[in-house]
Design a protein around this ligand. Structure first.
Ligand code: TRP
Length: 439
């Protein structure tokens, strides 16, 4: 196992399945995420937030359609499900379970202050209706479900839009409250805002958004793309008159797809009075050049929903390899325990049954080794030989106390067993650290 995967920073983000991806989603989220997922020093988790979609979409067919379109879009844009963990939120039963645990450590007052809920209340107050009119408990609980999404996989970094910053702060709060009560189980996530990605304007010059109806669907067929680009607002300057790039939605959309040199060419053309028709044509051709190959993959994927279903189900299996054992640990932490285990504990035996453990032994070469095995006894980590049992014991002690950090520091003395993922080792160490801090 290379040390690069061991120290991988875990990125996680969710996409609500309530619409069809548009150019703004591509530039602001899909493209930077797919690029980031190719880095070798990150471990990426992307999921379709379909439980979240239920909060605002009441049409079952639209939820299904959007889930399919978003999955196909990310795959067409180059997301490699072998490389990342790509799953559907509703395939992970541990997420709603964790939502409940977090609900129980979250102050109601904190949720009262969430922007989306507050906006609804303010609107009702202004209209003179009951403060909570038309507000579902789902909208109120939105931040807790989102906190569970993030904390479930111990994500280090969460790339989101600016409007989600408060939700991230709340997720940290929830993680903190839980850790404070039950021991150090959760990593506290950090928000990542892509500063370099300006929001893309829509056809009317305002931010591209479905709710303004000014969006251009990412995989609109060529003819429709041409038509929509043709409809982008411009001013009334005639061909031959110099045009301003500042405030030109057309120019900004071009810039989001073009290289610096290409952008410079269009800037010159604006100055020398290119007609709006020619400028729109340049923009259309440039976008279509990037989008056409992806559009073709998208259309192929959309014709085979079963294949996408299989990809998502396989993604859920991969995700649950982490969430299921982690949830077992959390259940134990809060006191939802096997009664037999507690009887044994009272009888003086510690409830070690469901925990990973270290085994120390001496090899024929006379050196002292240890291994880390999971709760079922499967080999996870194997140490090299130490000169004395004391040295081996010290290394174990450090792993139990510092977990992943110690593993990284001693990476050259520890080999990951064949077929074992670094995430499994990390999870096992996390369990041991949690157990040692809570006892
Ligand atoms: N609330 C996010 C949005 O509207 C979507 C989302 C749900 C999410 N769960 C998440 C994003 C977890 C990041 C992490 O954009």
């Amino acid at each position: 196992m290379s040390s690069s995967t061991m120290s991988a920073t875990r990125f996680l983000t969710g996409i609500t399945t309530s619409g069809t991806p548009h150019l703004g989603n591509y530039v602001g989220s899909i493209r930077p995420s797919v690029r980031a997922s190719l880095r070798t020093d990150v471990e990426s988790f992307y999921f379709l937030a379909d439980y979240h979609a239920l909060i605002k979409v009441e049409e079952p067919a639209r939820i299904q359609r959007s889930t399919l379109e978003i999955a196909a879009s990310w795959l067409a844009a180059g997301l490699d499900p072998e490389r990342v963990t790509f799953y559907r939120q509703s395939d992970i039963p541990e997420i709603p379970e964790l939502t409940w645990f977090l609900t129980c450590v979250t102050g109601k007052g904190i949720l009262n202050r969430a922007h989306a809920y507050k906006a609804a209340v303010d609107k009702n107050t202004a209209a003179g209706t009951d403060t909570d009119a038309d507000v579902t408990a789902g909208l109120f609980m939105y931040p807790v479900l989102m906190g569970a999404d993030i904390l479930m996989f111990n994500a280090h970094k969460v790339p989101v839009g600016r409007d989600q910053v408060q939700h991230l702060e709340m997720a940290r709060d929830m993680g903190n409250s839980f850790n404070h009560r039950y021991g150090a189980h959760f990593v506290l996530p950090e928000v990542v805002i892509e500063e370099s990605v300006a929001t893309l304007p829509g056809t009317d010059g305002r931010k591209m958004s479905k709710s303004y109806d000014n969006h251009i669907p990412l995989f609109a067929p060529r003819a429709q793309l041409k038509k929509l680009i043709g409809g982008i607002v411009t001013d009334s300057r005639a061909p031959g008159e110099p045009k301003d790039v500042a405030g030109s939605a057309l120019f900004q959309i071009f810039q989001a797809f073009a290289t610096d040199e290409e952008t410079e060419v269009l800037r010159q053309a604006y100055t020398s009075g290119i007609s709006w028709a020619d400028a729109k044509n340049m923009v259309f051709e440039r976008l279509d050049r990037e989008l056409a190959p992806m559009r073709e993959r998208y259309e192929t994927l959309m014709r085979d929903p079963g294949a996408i279903e299989d990809i998502l189900v396989a993604g859920a299996v991969k995700a649950r390899r982490l969430s299921a054992p982690f949830m077992a640990q959390l259940r134990h932490a809060v006191g939802l325990r096997n009664l037999r285990a507690s009887t044994e504990a009272r009888a003086g035996k510690t409830a070690k049954a469901a925990m990973p453990s270290f085994k120390q032994y001496r090899e024929s070469d006379g050196r002292f080794h240890f291994k880390l095995v999971d709760a079922q006894g499967r080999l996870l980590l194997q140490s090299q030989g130490f000169a004395s049992p004391k040295d081996a014991g010290a290394a174990i002690g450090r792993l139990q106390k510092e977990g992943e950090a110690a593993w990284q520091a001693m990476a050259d003395q520890l080999a990951v067993a064949e077929g074992v993922g670094s995430d499994e080792v990390t999870e096992a160490l996390r369990q041991l650290v949690a157990a040692s801090t809570s006892s």
